[in-house]
Design a protein around this ligand. Structure first.
Ligand code: FRU
Length: 328
């Protein structure tokens, strides 16, 4: 009898120890697992609330990202997503993250406007035990749960290589950059310069158009007034390339040059390629569906990678009808 009690106590001890190990040590040493994902989840809930912080909804690409999040989340009745739009205001976006933390949401998805100012509120959310998925634009450091986005440096490099080949290794190029305090702008710039390295391509004009079509149009007006010969405009996104095209068209010069952009939304960049407005665009997927897929894993205590890299496709007039080609 006593022996049985001792045995059953020992058995319980093993169980408890085993379970404890499972909770604390599971996946340790696996570089794939993030601290937040390792945390024991509180008992499964019937509904999980996700706070989605979008930096702005003024651009079609961001509207698409929210639509992708919504479509994926709607398939899971146990998910409730609260959407906040910071209207391109960094301070507002910081406040939105803080509000999600005070409201004790179960998880935050953020597509941050700028890296530096959003790093601290996200780190605080993680410290408060709320997992955070960062979408598309990066933060500084590693105090987040998972980053999801395409490789902007690779896309920039592919754009540079495509431009180098298309221009036969020489020509006068205008570069209209995305917001340079955001990481995609920095990476699309650095990658592009790597892509054209060693060629006789000359960047005659460069400006930060902050991802915005009206800004791109204004900057392009300056470029047109200063340079009588422009062979190609490389813009870090399709709204920027389209703004440049509109400026050139207004000056009656749009046929003198080519326009290249990034994003490739079907109803935006890809349509511009089909219409002959853009010569090329590189797809930049929103990651909305992947964010929900990853959120579900985190909420159920499964390990997730620290980083999920999405692919891209190139669209030109030659391949647009068959849906573009993947980037290698
Ligand atoms: C939308 C956008 C996209 C671009 C992305 C970069 O705000 O400017 O056009 O690809 O952000 O973060």
């Amino acid at each position: 009898m006593q022996n049985r009690t001792v045995k059953s106590r020992l058995f319980c001890l093993h169980l408890v120890l085993g379970f404890g190990l499972l909770l604390s040590g599971c996946g340790k040493g696996s570089p794939e697992q993030t601290p937040a994902a390792r945390k024991p989840q509180s008992a499964a809930k019937s509904t999980y609330t996700i706070g989605m912080s979008q930096c702005n909804l003024g651009e079609p690409w961001r509207v698409q990202m929210n639509a992708d999040v919504r479509a994926a989340a709607e398939k899971h009745p146990n998910l409730k997503v609260i959407y906040k739009d910071a209207q391109n205001d960094t301070l507002k976006q910081r406040a939105h993250v803080e509000e999600f933390v005070s409201a004790k949401v179960d998880l935050i998805i953020i597509s941050p406007k700028e890296a530096a100012p959003l790093t601290e509120p996200v780190a605080k959310a993680v410290e408060a035990g709320i997992p955070v998925i960062v979408l598309d634009r990066r933060l500084l450091g590693d105090k987040y749960t998972c980053f999801i986005g395409a490789d902007n440096r690779k896309i920039g490099r592919a754009a540079g290589e495509w431009i180098k080949k298309t221009l036969g290794g020489k020509g006068k190029v205008v570069e209209l950059k995305g917001l340079m305090t955001s990481t995609p702008g920095q990476d699309r710039h650095a990658g592009f310069r790597e892509g054209i390295a060693g060629s006789a391509i000359e960047i005659i004009f460069e400006a930060d158009m902050k991802w915005l079509e009206p800004e791109a149009r204004k900057e392009m007006e300056s470029a047109l007034s200063r340079f009588s010969k422009i062979d190609l405009v490389y813009a870090h996104n399709d709204p920027g390339a389209h703004g440049a095209y509109l400026a050139a068209k207004a000056a009656g010069r749009e046929k003198e040059m080519m326009f290249v952009g990034i994003d490739a939304l079907p109803h935006e960049g890809v349509a511009y390629v089909s219409q002959g407005i853009l010569s090329a665009t590189f797809q930049y997927p929103t990651g909305g569906a992947e964010a929900i897929e990853t959120a579900l894993k985190i909420l159920s205590g499964q390990p997730v990678p620290k980083e999920i890299t999405l692919g891209s496709r190139l669209f030109t007039k030659d391949n647009v009808a068959r849906g573009g080609d993947p980037l290698n």
